[in-house]
Ligand binder design. Structure first.
Ligand code: AMP
Length: 303
């Protein structure tokens, strides 16, 4: 099944204890689309400026990503984000955000994109997410991401998007803040009551937890000794989850559990190198190999 992602495509500048990179390809939709393309055909909708180079478009093409929804704004500048990670590297400190074309225009969806059944509304202003959610004609699974910026400043609009989606993916701090509860389980239940039947929460090195209807499930992270650049961990986790669900064309609790394991695997690869450096050479065989190792790692061996 095809999978549509709508969201930011960016030039990122990133500093971590392992080095620095300037103006590399980033953006939530870039990470998501490249990750998900390992699983299923992907359609990408987003806005870039005239400064967006052909080599980045080439990467999307090599991954077979449908670019009919990629809009290049003449004379415009691509969205830019700069961030830094320190210490445990669990949160990015945003140093700069230049919305550029992202603040000036919303991506227009090609007619045939509107029929896509699996949709990820990547981190974006809630009003853009709501417009896309309403434009879809028959979604089987509409998942949204968000961030503290919108939770803190656009709460009412965000709550409206929550009523229009099937699933929310966010990190634990965002979930606590959105659910107005320092207890994560309580926060997740409150969010579910706002609309989405699936609330999927990433906890960095501590793995992930999901609430689907009235059932919880949790997974640890892949044990990784060195995290080089955590940027895109959330987007690539979501790409594995949505990629697997779309590939199976099934949204039920057992399939979601497997999907979370695949999401964990894709995200673990992504953080091993700066930007998209690891993902751009990754093949399905790499995913399958680590997935099998992850299953062995999870074996509780209880008696
Ligand atoms: P993640 O690390 O998965 O939470 O996402 C990282 C990506 O989010 C980076 O590549 C940024 O370009 C992108 N990003 C940062 N701030 C924003 C924002 N306000 N709107 C959309 N995308 C953003």
């Amino acid at each position: 099944m095809s999978l549509l992602v709508v969201g930011s495509i960016a030039f990122d500048s990133v500093a971590t204890p392992f080095g620095e990179r300037r103006d590399i390809l980033g953006g939530a939709a870039s990470y998501f689309s490249v990750g998900a393309s390992l699983f299923t055909p992907v359609r990408l909708a987003g806005v870039v400026g005239e400064d967006f180079p052909e080599e980045h478009i080439q990467l999307f093409r090599e991954r077979g990503i449908d670019l009919e929804g990629l809009q290049r704004v003449p004379g415009g500048l691509t969205f830019r984000w700069a961030g830094r990670y320190e210490g445990r590297m669990d949160v990015a400190e945003t140093l700069e955000t230049h919305l550029n074309v992202l603040g000036e225009c919303t991506p227009s969806l090609p007619e045939r994109f509107r029929e896509t059944e699996y949709v990820l509304l990547a981190n974006d202003h809630p009003k853009n997410q709501l417009a896309v959610a309403r434009a879809m004609t028959a979604p089987k699974l509409l998942m949204m991401d968000t961030m503290n910026l919108w939770i803190d400043h656009n709460r009412d609009e965000l709550l409206e998007v929550l009523t229009a989606v099937d699933a929310l993916v966010c990190n634990d701090e965002e979930a606590r803040s959105l659910g107005e509860n320092t207890n994560l389980i309580g926060a997740m239940k409150t969010i579910r009551e706002c609309g989405p039947r699936i609330v999927l929460v990433k906890k960095g090195e501590h793995g992930s937890i999901v609430l689907m209807d009235d059932r919880f499930f949790a997974l640890p992270a892949w044990p990784l000794e060195k995290v080089v650049d955590p940027t895109g961990a959330g987007d690539t986790f979501a790409s594995g989850v949505m990629g697997w669900l779309a590939r199976q064309d099934r949204v039920d609790f057992p399939t979601l559990k497997t999907a979370m394991a695949y999401g964990t695997v894709v995200a673990s690869y992504n953080v091993e190198a700066f930007g998209l450096d690891k993902l751009r050479t990754l093949r399905w065989g790499d995913i399958e190999r680590r997935y099998q190792e992850f299953i062995r790692f999870l074996d509780l061996g209880l008696e």
